[in-house]
Write a protein that binds this ligand. Sequence first.
Ligand SMILES: Cc1cc2nc3c(=O)[nH]c(=O)nc-3n(C[C@H](O)[C@H](O)[C@H](O)COP(=O)(O)O)c2cc1C
Length: 150
Amino acid sequence: MKARVFYATITGNNEDVADVIIDTFESEGVEVTKEDIQMVDPHDISADETDIVVVVPYTFDKGTVPDESLDFFEDLEDTDLSGIVYGVSGSGDDFYGKDFAVAIDKFEAQFEKSGATKGADGVKVNLSPDVEATEELQAFTKALIAKVNA
Ligand SMILES: Cc1cc2nc3c(=O)[nH]c(=O)nc-3n(C[C@H](O)[C@H](O)[C@H](O)COP(=O)(O)O)c2cc1C
């Protein structure tokens, strides 16, 4: 099984989230790559080579997705990712109330347009993952694997 984790970060919290997910894939025996989302073109994702894709975005001003993920985000609309399981989890700041980590919701809606299969509900982490959030991220990752095996 092969997974690709695409992340965006400014201050490191979402790299911490990505690392929890990657560690979990590795401990479950899944081959995984960690990639800067800015460097990834969704059209290059092939269901022959990839079982799972995970996006880990921060949320910016008034609930927007990261600038460096915009090309990826927009390209999802005209990319066929059927046969691939996806998940989106990431860190925001609950200080922002209704806009807390909404980049996750926006990416999930965008992935639905690509025909990919949602493997688990996204985990919204407040700032850097604590023990509880780490456990939620581990469960999220295991659910993605279970979806592929289903
Ligand atoms: C100008 C600015 C606007 C932000 N807007 C939001 C927001 O609307 N919603 C949210 O959940 N977090 C918001 N944040 C908080 C970041 O998403 C949060 O600190 C996150 O953990 C940063 O991730 P990173 O360390 O990977 O860069 C904002 C932060 C800044 C500096």
